[in-house]
Design a protein. Structure first.
Ligand SMILES: [Zn+2]
Length: 270
């Protein structure tokens, strides 16, 4: 990962001798952050801040750096301090269990997820973990071995088929209310949709995926096909789910109460 911050062991692995490191510091090619840790002048300032403060970037902040989807509200820099350091860090996180080594400036995804179990809300952790699993950044079986009991329980609610954080949160909230939610079902004439509750298809439009003209047209074609074949499509946006959930839920419940979402006759899926 190109963040530009290195521990001495990492520099050695890259083939730099102690003398070369000293020369690089004198010439300004490397900046010494603290004992044993160095940065390129163009290094990621968040990673630099975490290491300078006496830790490594971890938890939510490391996950974001790895490209994992993170819900809003986690802007503070999360760090994990090495055992011997007592520096003041913006937010000091730890993984449950025995202390882990701090060998890289940014914690790997599995360690960051272990820490984040203690820092994130359940649904936000599940959404982040869905994203990490979907991107292939971490393996479910490997993660299951290292998580604590709470983490394993949350992992059992994760789904690597989820295509966006919005979809993950929508699924988790509806299931918590005992809606029968099918993830990424394939609907004849429509294709794969994000979620299905009975006859109601829920499409979670992320900020990035539905802005091109092609996607715009494709979405309208899918909605038309769905309607013609007897489905109801509800499109919810990132803002709807994150900031207007009560309205979304009201609408889902209205359809449910009216029993309009239940599948009868030929539309029943197998
Ligand atoms: Zn944290």
């Amino acid at each position: 990962m190109e963040h530009g911050v290195f521990g001495r062991a990492e520099l050695a692995r890259l083939g730099m001798t102690e003398a070369q490191v000293r020369r690089a510091v004198r010439s300004g090619d490397l900046v010494r952050l603290r004992s044993g840790w160095y940065a390129r002048p163009d290094a990621d300032p968040t990673v630099v801040a975490a290491v300078r403060a006496g830790g490594v970037l971890s938890c939510v902040s490391a996950l974001r750096r790895h490209g994992v989807w993170i819900a809003p509200g986690y802007e503070t820099v999360h760090t994990r301090a090495s055992k011997s350091l007592r520096g003041s860090v913006p937010r000091r996180c730890r993984a449950p269990g025995p202390p882990l080594p701090t060998s890289a400036a940014v914690d790997p995804v599995d360690v960051a997820l272990r820490c984040a179990v203690l820092c994130m809300s359940e649904e936000h952790w599940i959404a982040a973990c869905d994203s990490a699993l979907e991107s292939g950044l971490v393996d479910r079986a490997d993660l299951d071995v290292v998580l604590n009991a709470r983490g394993r329980s949350l992992l059992s609610k994760c789904d690597e088929r989820s295509q966006s954080g919005t979809e993950s949160i929508c699924r988790v909230r509806l299931r918590a209310l005992r809606f029968g939610v099918v993830v990424q079902p394939k609907i004849a004439g429509v294709g794969k949709v994000d979620l299905r509750v009975g006859k109601l298809l829920i499409e979670c439009d992320s900020k990035t995926h539905h802005t091109s003209l092609e996607n715009y047209q494709n979405d309208r074609r899918r909605d038309r096909s769905a309607l013609v074949t007897g489905w109801m499509t509800m499109r919810v946006t990132y803002d709807d789910v994150l900031y207007g959930w009560d309205g979304v839920l009201d609408d889902v419940q209205t359809i449910t109460r009216a029993d309009r979402h239940r599948i009868r006759g030929r539309n029943r899926l197998t």
